[in-house]
Design a protein. Structure first.
Length: 155
């Protein structure tokens, strides 16, 4: 047992000593769209959960759930495109592999849904000017959609 610990300790020390102290490369930055995709999944899950407790608003909530799921997929595809690999494991778009899901939460009321969608709207609108091209347009579109959901659809 002591020998195994000594060997393991030596292996760890060897790995540490192999690191280049002059290496100044930064680890890759997390894509800023990751947080936006997480917000989209959160909103979709909340809208889906709210259908059970607000059946009279199920059509509106289904629209929000479907659209926010589509937003998450579009963001995931863009994140993968920039990274050079698509969710299906290839270097071209196609059927995506399953993505992480948001843990179920208690169904929100309409006020909570409006607040969540408003937060998503502000977040996307705040990030869009720092990006360019398709990415900025995607976030602008998502921000506008979230604003419509919060102020018109859930009125």
């Amino acid at each position: 047992m002591a020998r195994n610990v000594a060997v393991a300790g030596f292996g760890a020390a060897a790995l540490v000593s192999c690191a280049d102290p002059n290496d100044t490369t930064e680890p890759p930055a997390v894509d800023p769209l990751v947080a936006q995709a997480d917000l989209a999944r959160r909103d979709a899950a909340a809208a889906q959960a709210a259908i059970a407790v607000l059946p009279d608003r199920s059509a509106d909530l289904r629209l929000i759930a479907d659209q926010r799921t589509a937003h998450a997929k579009a963001l995931d595809t863009e994140i993968a495109r920039v990274a050079g690999a698509y969710p299906n494991g290839s270097h071209s778009p196609g059927p995506a592999a399953a993505t992480s899901t948001v843990a179920p939460a208690p169904p929100p009321n309409l006020d909570a849904m409006r607040a969540s969608l408003s937060e998503s709207q502000r977040s996307a609108a705040g990030l869009a000017p720092s990006l360019s091209g398709y990415r900025a347009g995607l976030l602008g579109s998502i921000s506008a959609a979230c604003g419509v959901y919060a102020t018109v659809v859930l009125k």
